[in-house]
Design a protein around this ligand. Sequence first.
Ligand code: ADP
Ligand code: DP6
Ligand code: CO
Length: 361
Amino acid sequence: MAGEAQSWVLMATARAPTNIAVIKYWGKRDEALILPINDSISVTLDPDHLSATTTVAVSPSFKQDRMWLNGKEISLSGGRYQNCLREIRKRAGDVEDEKKGIRIKKEDWEKLHLHIASYNNFPTAAGLASSAAGFACLVFTLAKLMNVKDEHGDISAIARQGSGSACRSMYGGFVKWMMGNDADGSDSIAVQLASHTHWDDLVIIIAVVSSKQKETSSTTGMRESVETSPLLEYRAKTVVPGRVLQMEEAINSRDFASLARLTCADSNQFHAICLDTSPPIFYMNDTSHRIISLVERLNLSEGSLQVAYTFDAGPNAVLIAPNRKVAGLLLQRLLFQFPPPTDSELASYILGDKSILHEAG
Ligand code: ADP
Ligand code: DP6
Ligand code: CO
């Protein structure tokens, strides 16, 4: 290893967007490798709005691997971070920075320590898939710094071992995560179904109901559903396979009514599974339910499916409109029912932990 002065630092930074599932992943058949019990489909959001930004630095002066998330140090001892670091280190290549006079041989990476800093520009652990953006970004940035070649979707499969949903954030547009059959997870990978330009009229609106950290993480919630929900197996084996085919067809043909019908039905079934879990898990709250009613009323009044809603493991709504005109109409209705708070209300929202959306009195 060059850089004998032991004073150098080499860094890489990258940004990765979050993704929102329109056919949900909920339940693992293998906890350690993160292998799911069903296929899932998601749409990757625009990184300008919801994304994680991660910087990884390496230096011979670092004594151990360390990580900071949103400015606070977190422990890297959890299996998921360790799995990602180990898998990337295994594939690391030679790296040379001529200007700085640094040469790292691939075998050196085992001895060098990393400092990682990541920042999410949206609420963390609140049901907006921060684990997806976070682990996709972590693995991508590590791979960039360590000169790891992406062979056969390796990088996406490593991100999957950080958080299942993260494997889908490696691609833009519509993405399918195939559950796979192999015991070692080699065929449990994400594939792009359509690029972001394929259906670029779609508008996605995120209504932040609460930015508070959820009480039950996705990992714990789905483990409890696997252990206790009698409905989960029925969903995974009988319902999802047909829905995945129909969703692929809807995406291919840009059939908004089908996309909306399947998206809403799948979100509702996922939350029904949460209710079927013992003890029941309530990710949605009253405000989430009111948003569902608002969209259902809008669709009914227009006589056709105008807007889709979907909620991940949290109370925040993701609303999909077919174009800007319908998105405008939706925003009008949302702002009518949930008018922006006054300055003094805003202060109490910031200090306290009230719902950000509140109903018109
Ligand atoms: P979410 O609905 O936001 O995905 P999860 O319960 O699935 O919530 O995961 C939240 C966890 O994901 C966090 O506690 C943290 O461990 C991890 N995470 C979130 N953001 C990042 C990030 N930027 N980098 C690394 N890990 C992250
Ligand atoms: C409801 O990927 O966060 O958002 O694999 O345990 O990290 P782990 O769980 P995670 O679960 C996401 C669940 C979901 C649906 C989805 O994104 O498909
Ligand atoms: Co998550």
